[in-house]
Design a protein around this ligand. Sequence first.
Ligand code: CA
Length: 220
Amino acid sequence: MRILVVEDEPHLAAQLRQALTDAGYAVDHAGNGREGWQMGGVQAYDAVVLDLGLPELDGLSVLRRWRAEGVHAPVLILTARDQWHEKVAGIDAGADDYLTKPFHTEELLARVRALIRRAQGLASPVLHGGPVALDTRSGRVTLDGHALVLTSHEYKVLAYLMHRPNAVVSRSELNEHIYAQDFDRDSNTIEVFVARLRKKLPAGLIETVRGLGYRLVAPP
Ligand code: CA
């Protein structure tokens, strides 16, 4: 899952980036509205954390432009305290949720998790694929109730597939969603991660769809 953080305050930006990275997301950061708007238009992010008070282009304008351009990513806006009208304007401009500054990182993480799973039509924070369960709150993965040890990249690949049960996901899509912008990526490594995951997971859970990509096979 790849997240865009648009925040101009360096300290808060660094803190958000760290918390989201620790939670298993690939994180890109923009320090002003114009850069954020451009990045959000080019890359399909799984969620966006958007500050409203931004230099160059304010957050509301960024959001209105995205929605007018058909950018559908779930957006969590950060608003200043006592600015209730900002929340109303933000939601009317297409925000999916808001948080008032200052906030606890745990609350931001919970809201981001909820936005991502709602965007996929998933109600529970625990995702299931046959005997495999992935708890998006703790990052814990279990097989028949026993903990599985995954590397951070294996986790990112599995989490992406488990958010889209039974959907065909191409290698390039996985590449786009498990790495941050500044990461030196290599499309062959996706195959390596999937091969390693398959050794740890039940046979047939991750199916190869020839020429198209992978599918996490989950019984209805
Ligand atoms: Ca700001």
